[in-house]
Design a protein around this ligand. Structure first.
Ligand code: ADP
Length: 353
């Protein structure tokens, strides 16, 4: 059962504006687990001098998410699995602190009372940026086949040399976007951000296409054609490239610019095409702001995380192309397999301290 698993902290939470991310331990082997992360965690824990011994050998870590607006589903899940009882035997925390859950994200503040009332647990708040960086560094250093580039539809895993990891720019695309310059295990700074992020994509997408979910919007974008909505360079230049400043005729001159000159209503456009333009606009914009920050701080490597990406080919392709285009091939965009769980993983790792 879950409760006799040798003092393993059972779960951590990252309660964001849109999604709750949960990392939890379970000794139930029938649940799907992530062997790469687990073996890295085992290694890390066995060499760590922390006073907490992780019994990961008897089970595994799981990653799951809930919508923040349906927080009661999350609370029910925790309760049904009895996850709120953190491991007892080896847990050397101060007395009476057994029922604490490490939690990050704005919801760790917003929902603290609800967790106390419904589950009898105290949310131990961990700083959001600390968690993002801790999670990203752990994945980048310890987990095999975690980071990859995505160029021309080709996914290529990159194992980064530990000595060569820093500095890098961490771009977390959640509801909003944070950009963090990471210089070492402990030295980092949130240098920039933008409110035009995953929340904008989903919010505008819902208004424009009447989609019911992120997955539906993403699937529509996969089928759409942005050229129906975007104004291209070639359309302004009569089919020619604007070669002098290096713009191909197919480059987007103005996102969503085409309807200006067409006598059409929203219903006259296919939702798929609208979704595609929207995804393109937002991914491009984030890629460009990320590149500008990387340039400003002299960073060659830009690592993208956050649930907006979702391993989606077109999203990653657009971001990669933007970074490559603006940096003239100097900077490289990289992605992470556990993109959405950086904060939750960072919170989980903070039990060790
Ligand atoms: P936050 O911590 O702000 O909630 P996340 O990293 O969880 O940020 O990313 C949230 C964003 O991820 C959403 O705004 C949306 O663009 C995207 N997303 C991916 N999958 C989903 C999903 N199943 N439901 C809602 N949004 C999703």
């Amino acid at each position: 059962g879950i409760r006799d698993s040798d003092g393993v902290p059972h779960l951590s939470l990252d309660i964001g504006g849109t999604l709750i991310k949960m990392v939890y331990f379970s000794s139930n082997s029938s649940e799907s687990t992530d062997n790469r992360v687990n073996s890295s965690l085992k290694d890390k824990m066995s060499t760590s001098s922390g006073n907490l011994h992780y019994g990961i050998r008897n089970g595994g870590l799981h990653f799951t998410k809930f919508e923040t607006s349906k927080i009661s589903d999350c609370i029910e899940f925790i309760s049904s699995k009895q996850l709120q009882h953190n491991g007892d035997r080896y847990y050397a925390a101060p007395t009476n602190d057994k029922n604490i859950i490490k939690a990050t994200g704005g919801g760790a503040f917003k929902f603290a009372d609800m967790f106390r009332e419904k589950l009898g647990v105290t949310l131990d708040k961990v700083d959001e940026m600390d968690c993002l960086v801790t999670g990203a560094n752990f994945l980048l250093k310890a987990v095999h086949h975690e980071a990859f580039t995505y160029i021309d539809g080709q996914k290529e895993f990159v194992q980064i040399d530990h000595k060569d990891l820093y500095p890098y720019l961490l771009v977390n695309i959640g509801s909003g976007v944070s950009m963090i310059k990471v210089e070492s295990d402990t030295k980092f700074e949130r240098v920039s951000g933008t409110s035009v992020g995953g929340g904008t994509f989903l919010g505008l997408g819902k208004l424009l296409t009447n989609c019911k979910s992120f997955d539906e919007l993403l699937e529509m974008s996969r089928q759409g054609n942005n050229r129906v909505i975007d104004m291209l360079v070639g359309e302004i230049y009569g089919g020619n490239d604007y070669a002098k400043i290096g713009l191909a005729s197919t480059a987007i001159a103005s996102s969503f610019g085409k309807p200006i000159s067409e006598n059409k209503e929203l219903e006259d456009y296919k939702a798929e095409d609208v979704a595609r333009s929207l995804l393109r606009m937002i991914s491009n914009n984030i890629g460009q702001i990320a590149y500008l920050n990387a340039l400003h701080f002299g960073l060659k490597r830009i690592i993208f995380g956050g649930f907006f990406i979702r391993g989606h080919a077109y999203t990653m392709d657009t971001i990669s192309v933007a970074v490559n285009f603006w940096s003239k091939g100097e900077a490289k965009a990289m992605f992470l397999r556990h993109e959405g769980f950086l904060g939750a993983l960072g919170a989980f790792l903070s039990y060790e301290e």
